[in-house]
Design a protein around this ligand. Structure first.
Ligand code: OFO
Length: 173
């Protein structure tokens, strides 16, 4: 495997584990606001991010490379305080990840790494779904405005999100 490819994949493992860490931090903030359902939604998202990181890990191992685990920084929650701001920071992060996944696709094509080009397509599709999921919650939060009982119902709904293994290898697991 070419160094450019190896480096960008190791960097993406770090980014996906950072995503895990960020969603756990967002869950912590929501727990603190007593929004247990929304916190559950973030915890489930964090588990999916762990799967995404391990997907890149597995791809490197299967290609006979040793994944390099880089340092993960402290999550940056910025000034996100309301439930709307907390979900908006998750969505902003997903847009950042979408750009990185796009870059990996470009590198795969430039380096003529056809296995990577095929592998990364799962992540391209997943990003469409992740941005759509976060956007749907944000739109509901906007509709709710200051209605406490509607927020209570939304929190129950978010609490029903269940973890399903995610990642390019999930179906084969
Ligand atoms: Fe949130 O997405 Fe991973 O890849």
């Amino acid at each position: 495997m070419k160094d450019t490819v190896k480096n960008i994949l190791n960097k993406q493992i770090q980014e996906e584990f950072y995503s895990f860490y960020l969603y756990i931090a967002l869950a912590a903030r929501l727990e603190n606001m007593n929004l247990k359902g929304a916190a559950n939604w973030m915890q489930v998202q964090a588990k999916e991010e762990n799967d995404h990181a391990l997907g890149f890990f597995r791809f490197l191992v299967d290609r006979n490379e040793e994944p390099k685990l880089l340092a993960i920084s402290e999550p940056d929650l910025g000034s996100a305080k309301t439930i709307g701001e907390i979900f908006a920071s998750g969505l902003a992060h997903e847009k950042h990840i979408t750009a990185l996944i796009g870059k990996i696709y470009e590198v795969a094509r430039e380096e003529k790494d056809y296995a990577l080009e095929s592998f990364i397509k799962w992540y391209i599709d997943e990003q469409v779904e992740e941005e759509a999921n976060a956007t749907a919650v944000i739109e509901k939060i906007k509709l709710i405005g200051n209605d406490g009982s509607a927020l209570y119902i939304l929190d129950q709904e978010l609490g029903a999100r269940a973890y399903v293994p995610s990642g390019p290898y999930a179906a084969k697991a």
